[in-house]
Write a protein that binds this ligand. Structure first.
Ligand code: NAP
Length: 436
């Protein structure tokens, strides 16, 4: 760890002065290699954490696109900004701040790495990365891609370290910023360590996103997104639809068709393209999820579907629907990280917004309505970092990703993501005496 931190710090001394064009050559090449190695990388991902193979391929391709996006746009995003002071001239310039420590989760083993590597390396920063313990081969494969793309030694380095060692890294004077994507508990721990060391940090944490269906929704479209929104990545996505808030008038229809669609999913080997229901990432993840469902029903929730592990080898959970989750049920404020949907019935739009906002999380959310103005009104009224109208499509490098409340702070991706760890330096030029 010591040697790697030293190498990273040495690398920053030269990398910070490289031109955007020089950086772009390496980052764009890394993007090309992600596309070129898609089959191998997707296979490794599926073996390590169980993602269905088509989704794994999609993730690798998207990761390649993110690298290409920053290789192309970083210079524009970080161009000097002219200011208009009362006297003289002024501008803001953006400069990298140093070695950034990233802690990343297993649920998107490549996308999460591209989300930090693309912008931060193009900004002139250098990365040391602690990936999740269950995806070591993905971690090594991504590091290898940067090496093969021509990255100098120390530009992007895996640290295979423990939580305790992570705290030491955060405190290490060679580290100048900290980015974490993970659970609220990890966020509290790493953000506290970063705060103690007065280092800037970004926290991309969990979510309990509302999926609001209004009475004028296109129900067929809403159903398709409901299934995708809850089941994509076997339900293990931070911004998955987790709380389904349905206006009473259409609730029976929605629940019946949602239940039928989830019940029809076919469990199988995630490497088999025919499989529509994959396993959870680990046996422990399944045990934790089953315990949460039990806890919910002990406090009065009802099971409209599933609730048990599947009777087959592997860590498979039945697609599950919980209803009657009242505010005094601890499940009401929980994140269910897997194929478990909570359904709430509300009388109208105002009640849907109030319920969506009654959450400790504030990552994303969606609303389904045929009226675009109504959709925008609801989107504005829900307190989250991201809202989607008639979709939950966050898969675009140009769209800033992140949340508020317990979902964290800071943004990754888009023009905002590259600003997270740069010094916005004011430079003023004026030919005048000091004020009297
Ligand atoms: P997790 O347990 O917090 O793990 C995420 C990463 O943090 C792993 O690398 C883990 O290392 C590390 N970690 C955990 N506690 C730590 C500590 N005290 N000190 C240092 N490192 C620590 O999260 P998870 O349960 O695997 O991932 C799912 C969570 O991530 C969900 O809550 C999900 O919503 C959230 N997530 C958020 C986003 C977003 O962009 N907002 C995206 C994806 C996931 P080990 O693997 O070694 O334990």
């Amino acid at each position: 760890m010591e040697t790697k931190l030293d190498k990273a710090a040495q690398c920053f001394a030269t990398w910070k002065t490289t031109s955007f064009a020089e950086r772009a050559k390496i980052i764009a090449k890394a993007g090309e290699l992600l596309h070129a190695r898609v089959n191998d990388l997707a296979h490794t991902m599926t073996l390590e954490m169980g993602k269905r193979i088509a989704e794994a391929r999609g993730e690798v391709e998207f990761s390649g696109n993110i690298m290409a996006y920053y290789a192309k746009n970083a210079e524009t995003f970080l161009a000097d900004v002219e200011l208009n002071p009362e006297m003289g001239e002024g501008h803001l310039e953006s400069s990298p701040i140093g070695v950034i420590f990233c802690v990343e989760p297993w649920n998107f083993p490549f996308y999460q790495l591209a989300r930090v590597a693309g912008p931060q390396l193009m900004a002139g920063n250098v990365l040391v990365v602690k990936h999740a313990g269950i995806v070591p081969q993905c971690a090594l494969a991504f590091e290898q891609i940067l090496t093969d793309a021509g990255a100098p030694e120390g530009l992007y380095t895996n640290l295979m370290i423990s939580h305790k060692q992570s705290d030491r890294v955060v405190a290490d004077p060679r580290i100048k910023g900290v980015a974490l994507t993970g659970s609220v508990a990890a966020g509290r721990s790493i953000a506290a360590a970063a705060g103690q060391a007065l280092k800037p940090s970004s926290m991309e944490l969990g979510g309990a996103d509302a999926f609001i269906v209004l009475e004028d929704a296109d129900m067929e479209l809403a159903l398709k997104w409901a299934v995708w929104g809850r089941m994509y990545n076997n339900g293990q996505t931070c911004c998955a639809a987790k709380r389904f808030i349905i206006v009473e008038e259409v609730a029976d229809q929605f629940v019946a068709s949602f239940k039928a669609a989830l019940a029809a999913l076919q469990a199988g080997d995630p490497l088999d393209a025919q499989t529509t229901l994959g396993p959870l990432s680990t046996e422990q993840a399944l045990i934790d999820l089953l315990e949460k469902v039990d806890m919910a029903t002990k406090h009065g929730a009802k099971l409209a579907l599933g609730g048990k592990r599947l009777d087959r080898a592997g860590s498979y959970m039945q697609p599950t629907i919980l209803t009657d989750v009242t505010p005094d049920n601890p499940a009401f404020r929980e994140e269910f990280f897997g194929p478990v949907a909570m359904i709430f019935r509300v009388k109208d739009e105002a009640a849907a917004i109030a319920l969506a906002n009654d959450s400790d999380f504030g990552l994303g959310g969606s609303v389904f309505t045929r009226d675009p103005e109504r959709g925008k009104r609801v989107a504005s009224a829900v307190d989250t970092g991201m809202m989607f109208i008639n979709n939950i499509n966050w898969l675009d490098a140009d769209l800033p990703f992140g949340g508020i409340k317990n979902s964290g702070y800071g943004r990754e991706l888009g023009a905002m993501g590259i600003q997270q760890f740069v010094n916005k330096k004011l430079v003023r030029f004026i030919k005048a005496n000091p004020p009297a």
